[in-house]
Design a protein. Structure first.
Lengths: 247, 225, 221
């Protein structure tokens, strides 16, 4: 079996805010179809890392390669990259001035210039899959947090990305709504979507992720298959981190 | 040509007279501001009452000053009172009456807004900490409400100073009136004098109002929570 | 206090003309002020080099000087250096100059009220800057701006009373002239107040209604 080229490669990524180093040479390879959970204490740089992959932060060093093409260049068209790398945020941020359907259709119609019927059919199918087929014409203010987050995921999926980035998507949800959102992400994992997930839900990470990377102080301290990481963490920092979480 | 006009500014006592006019303007504004603040705080506190019989008359008072232009108020007091009650009011007194009533109305709204917008949990946490009512006002509510009301109050003062320009229209001798007198005397000899005098007064107002509005913005940024 | 009702009927045509002129000048001034305000607020929002500084100076000058002096300068000052403008044109220019700065402030604050995460989300789904403006920032900024915009309109309409200083026959100046001719002080001033109420009372009520409606439509209760 020939070695497959990773869909996403990160090499020595450095991010600074002024003098403060937030990412200190991060390396990562993501194979197609893999689910990677990124764990670590708050302020370790895991969210910043995801934001760099989507061009929301300027980086000061290192390289990001998508399908072997570097994204760190003046000529990178992040608008095109973002159609391949979808991202969902903690604050879900549906546009309050648009209905659910308009939120979903905005990018496919205006950025990708696709046919309305085709996109609408896809949107309806995705909405049905997350159990919100009947909310297409609602405004965001009529939905609960969990519903909004599921719509935000559908909105990102409808662009047909190859990779999805999830940045603490359940962090601002009430506990009873966390499940409905995680279920959607687990479904995506089953379908073979390549995903990078920053999360605090350890049980979820254990269940869904193929691989866990543990970050602290701007670099990756440990990288291991999910089962192994949770049952037998190698580094001391990771052990401490997991201990703190076990009450 | 142009230079001959500007020379008038520095001829004889012209420059000093303009500054004196400006001083008159500011004196009236300052007295009105002091009266407004005192009245405004009292009315503002009264207006936090939930009693409709208290709220409605004060609301009408405020809206009357918001809907009817200040110039119209100046004319109304200046002409109506003497014509109907036989009282001669000086233009300065008219100015003080109108500006104080206007300022008090606006400040009452600022004060009321600052008080009722204080979050309820501030009151609750103060009580939970065992503070008495006086202590709660002294250490928690008044400091917060003051921070919220001072920047808009300074903005209002800037507006009041700008509005003093209108006093020339009821014959009050302030900076513009002095300017007009200087123009009338020198107009034949130096045709460009009005360009320079009005330009200079424009500049004077800017010099007064700009630092004030800057200051209010600085405070707003500093106290933003 | 006596009131001569017959007088009202006699001078009604004068007031009708004056009212119409007031509305017309205010409307034109506000319209231009909106255009100026939009341009300035976009320049400020994107911090366009050089232009941003120019806009900053304009805003400070316009906001920190009285309209009356601006008008005197335009109407009496400029002709002396060879620029003669009609009274009405001076009025419109003055109102635009003043109003543009107030509108710019309101629009800019509206745009800045749109949260950073909304803009990032827009970028993350691939919108261009222009599309971001069109579909995300402007619609939301609009609803944030409505209250300030309404207050500005009312303010600018009231400021037209200052036009009486440069011989424009709007409501206030017409009243002054009629008082000079007929000495019917009470009646003339009552008409004047009614004139402003006719314009501003319905507008105030409409804006209150609009404010409530827009906020509800955009963000719920």
């Amino acid at each position: 079996m020939a070695e497959q080229v990773p869909i996403l490669q990160v090499k020595g990524l450095v991010k600074k805010y002024g003098d403060k180093v937030v990412l200190n040479g991060v390396d990562l390879q993501v194979e197609k179809g893999k689910v990677i959970a990124i764990l670590g204490p708050s302020g370790c740089g895991k969210s910043t890392f995801l934001r760099c992959l989507n061009g929301l932060e300027e980086v000061q060093g290192g390289d990001i390669l998508l399908e072997n093409k570097s994204l760190i260049s003046k000529t990178t068209k992040w608008r095109d990259v973002r159609q391949k790398i979808g991202m969902v945020f903690q604050s879900y941020d549906l546009f309050p001035n648009l209905t659910v359907m308009e939120n979903i259709l905005l990018s496919p119609l205006k950025v990708q210039k696709r046919q309305r019927e085709e996109v609408e059919a896809q949107a309806k199918e995705l909405l049905a899959r997350v159990g919100l087929a009947d909310r297409a014409n609602d405004y965001p203010r009529q939905l609960s947090g969990g519903q909004k987050q599921r719509i935000a995921i559908v909105r990102a999926l409808c662009i047909n990305p190859d990779i999805m980035l999830f940045d603490e998507v359940t962090a601002s949800l009430d506990p009873e709504m966390v499940r409905e959102v995680l279920d959607v992400i687990a479904q995506l994992a089953d379908q073979g979507m390549t995903m990078l997930i920053v999360t605090h839900e350890m049980n979820f990470a254990k269940l869904v992720a193929d691989e866990v990377i543990f970050m602290d102080k701007g670099s990756i301290h440990e990288k291991a298959p999910a089962q192994q990481f949770f049952s037998n963490p190698q580094t001391e920092r990771a052990q401490q981190f997991l201990n703190i979480l076990q009450f | 040509m142009l230079n001959s006009g500007i020379s008038v500014l520095f001829e004889g006592t012209n420059f000093l007279r303009l500054l004196e006019g400006l001083f008159e303007t500011l004196r009236v504004a300052l007295i009105a501001v002091v009266i407004s603040i005192v009245m405004g705080i009292i009315i503002g506190i009264i207006r936090t009452s939930k009693n409709k019989l208290v709220q409605i008359p004060f609301r009408i008072y405020l809206e009357l000053f918001r809907i009817i232009p200040i110039l119209v108020w100046l004319f109304v007091i200046y002409y109506i009172v003497p014509a109907n009650f036989g009282l001669e009011l000086s233009s300065e007194l008219v100015a003080l009456i109108v500006f104080s009533l206007w300022g008090a109305a606006e400040i009452s709204d600022i004060v009321r807004g600052a008080i009722i917008s204080l979050p309820k949990h501030q009151v609750e946490s103060s009580k939970a900490l065992g503070l008495g009512v006086v202590q709660m006002y002294r250490y928690v509510l008044i400091p917060q409400a003051t921070k919220r009301s001072i920047p808009p109050m300074i903005n209002l003062i800037t507006r009041m100073i700008k509005t003093t320009a209108l006093l020339t229209m009821i014959g009050f001798v302030e900076v513009i009136k002095v300017g007009q007198q200087i123009i009338n005397v020198n107009n034949l000899e130096h045709p460009t004098v009005s360009f320079w005098i009005y330009g200079f007064i424009f500049f004077l107002y800017f010099c007064i109002c700009f630092p004030l509005s800057r200051f209010s913005r600085k405070l707003e940024q500093k106290w933003a929570t | 206090m006596t009131i001569d009702w017959q007088y009202f009927v006699e001078v009604l045509p004068h007031y009708k003309t004056a009212l119409w002129l007031t509305v017309k000048l205010a409307a034109i001034g506000i319209l231009f002020a909106i255009v100026v305000g939009m341009i300035c607020s976009v320049i400020q929002y994107f911090k366009v080099k050089v232009l941003n500084q120019i806009v900053q100076v304009y805003l400070e000058v316009a906001r920190n000087t009285p309209l009356l002096i601006q008008l005197f300068f335009l109407y009496y000052g400029l002709p002396k250096i060879g620029i003669t403008l009609s009274g009405e044109l001076c009025g419109i220019i003055g109102l635009t100059f003043l109003g543009g700065s107030y509108m710019a402030e309101v629009f800019r604050a509206g745009m800045e009220a749109v949260s950073k995460s909304q803009i990032e989300t827009g970028k993350a789904i691939g919108l261009s800057n222009l599309q971001l403006m069109r579909y995300v920032i402007i619609p939301q900024a609009f609803s944030y701006s409505v209250p300030g915009f309404g207050a500005n309109c009312i303010f600018l309409i009231k400021e037209t009373s200052v036009f009486s200083g440069i011989a424009i026959l709007e409501l206030t100046n017409t009243t002054k002239n009629l008082m000079g001719i007929y000495y019917k002080t009470n009646e003339a001033l009552l008409m004047l107040v009614i004139g402003y109420l006719i314009i501003l009372l319905p507008l105030t009520l409409f804006l209150t209604w609009l404010e409530r409606r827009v906020r509800h439509a955009e963000f719920g209760n």
